[in-house]
Design a protein around this ligand. Structure first.
Ligand code: GLN
Length: 186
């Protein structure tokens, strides 16, 4: 069974764990350095990227995770997790893992009313359920980045090497396809 670490310092980690268990993977909550052993993959959930970045540093998780991602561990960042992985953040001076060659815009759909559910194509799969919750979008992607989904002309999911990101939250839906795609990256 594949063992997937779900960063559990803040945000929507419980939903990812439930989804992983439903599709036959083992989900391990990550709260401290000892939890990072023996992982086949890592999920950075949605929530609040500034708070998550701060907590990861305070808990001593930031550097080991940064190394694991650079060494090729499959990682999936949802929403705030996508912001943590982005090399550039258009409207924020902070940088976190800065590992993926994308530029993101935080709260790209507006802060208050920026939540909605769409159905769209993801990696060639049709009518995937896509809840956007104060979501960022990807405003630019480097040559090595594969665009996996777009919503109204804006990039909302992408992959580069071992890194997958979605601006939306498939873990709060019954649609397992994005998580299955991620497990197939392991
Ligand atoms: N708006 C949040 C941020 O900038 C992300 C929202 C989410 O993860 N649902 O960190």
């Amino acid at each position: 069974m594949k063992r997937v670490g779900v960063c559990a310092v803040q945000g929507a980690f419980a939903e990812h764990r439930a989804m992983l268990e439903r599709i036959g993977a083992e989900a391990a909550g990550i709260r401290g350095r000892a939890d990072l052993k023996g992982l086949d993959a890592l999920i950075l959930p949605g929530g609040e990227s500034t708070a998550q970045g701060k907590l990861l540093r305070e808990l001593g998780l930031f550097e080991p995770m940064e190394r694991m991602i650079a060494d090729g561990l499959p990682v999936y960042g949802t929403c705030a997790g996508m912001i943590l992985l982005a090399k550039n953040i258009e409207n924020d001076g902070r940088r976190h893992f800065a590992a993926m060659d994308i530029t993101v815009r935080r709260n790209g759909y507006g802060r208050q009313l920026g939540s909605f559910i769409a159905r769209g194509e993801f990696a060639g799969m049709k009518r995937v359920e896509m809840p956007f919750i104060r979501a960022p979008y990807i405003s630019a992607a480097g040559d090595g980045v594969e665009v996996l989904s777009e919503h109204e002309g804006l990039i909302t999911a992408a992959r580069e090497k071992n890194m997958l990101v979605t601006a939306f939250h498939p873990e709060v839906t019954g649609d397992e396809r994005v998580h299955r795609y991620f497990l197939a990256m392991i």
